[in-house]
Design a protein around this ligand. Sequence first.
Ligand SMILES: NC(=O)c1ccc[n+]([C@@H]2O[C@H](COP(=O)([O-])OP(=O)(O)OC[C@H]3O[C@@H](n4cnc5c(N)ncnc54)[C@H](O)[C@@H]3O)[C@@H](O)[C@H]2O)c1
Length: 248
Amino acid sequence: MKNKIAVITGSTSGIGEDIAVKFARNGCRSVVVGRNEERGNRIVDTIKTDGGEAIFMKADVSQSSECESLFEKVMEKYGTVDILVNNAGTMRNMPITDMKEEDWDKVFDVNLKSYFLCCREAIKIMKKKGYGRIINISSRGWLGGTTQSNYAASKGGIVSLTRSLALETARMGITVNCVAPGMIDTPLHRQSSEEEVGFRMNSQPMGKVGTPRQVTNIVEYFAGEENWFTTGQVLYVCGGMSVLASLS
Ligand SMILES: NC(=O)c1ccc[n+]([C@@H]2O[C@H](COP(=O)([O-])OP(=O)(O)OC[C@H]3O[C@@H](n4cnc5c(N)ncnc54)[C@H](O)[C@@H]3O)[C@@H](O)[C@H]2O)c1
């Protein structure tokens, strides 16, 4: 990973933050992407104190103009993109009967449209250089979950997007893979009600939640230059929840 340029969306907190920090520790230049400048700059400072290299770039990745300008700025600064981690995500859990059109659209704009937009910009660059690693963060939840119809459908879309782009880029030196985390202790997870967390915790085969680092380790594998024969795959990091889901 040394000297590779890695763009990580939604990396001002949670799993994305951990990926940006760990990648920089591996010698990558991490491009921390998010909407919160203060948090983004704090993460860049932490990385630099640790001896790594990073830059914060402000972007709402659900907006095509902001995505295009993000990749233009990365090209101006570093001249290339080697790794893209699509990680930005949001949740608006509720029964379908309460769900407004805007609850559906918001979740799809952040969770799926932004992945399309960033993949499109990154692949233009990666295709020219004949090299790239794209890792999309889906969710174990794509298998289905009550009150999560918008979230699950958007995360299922990420799996389909990954598989299709893996084929489309297979002869371009680019791999596209997907990581599907289960319950991971992050701000997004803590946003759920105590009742919801308690219910989900009880259904965990391991009886505990994962840490962002568990996800980062797998993202790191897919991002490795040496792992060029693995593409279009979905790897669950969910403490066995996906096995349970297929039995229920
Ligand atoms: N934590 C879990 O249990 C869990 C489980 C499965 C999947 N995931 C997925 O992991 C990813 C990271 O989530 P997390 O748990 O670290 O939560 P998080 O809330 O800490 O991270 C999500 C990040 O995305 C950013 N974001 C949201 N909308 C954005 C936009 N329009 N433009 C730019 N950034 C935006 C948020 O500001 C935040 O920094 C998400 O895609 C999430 O769906 C998380």
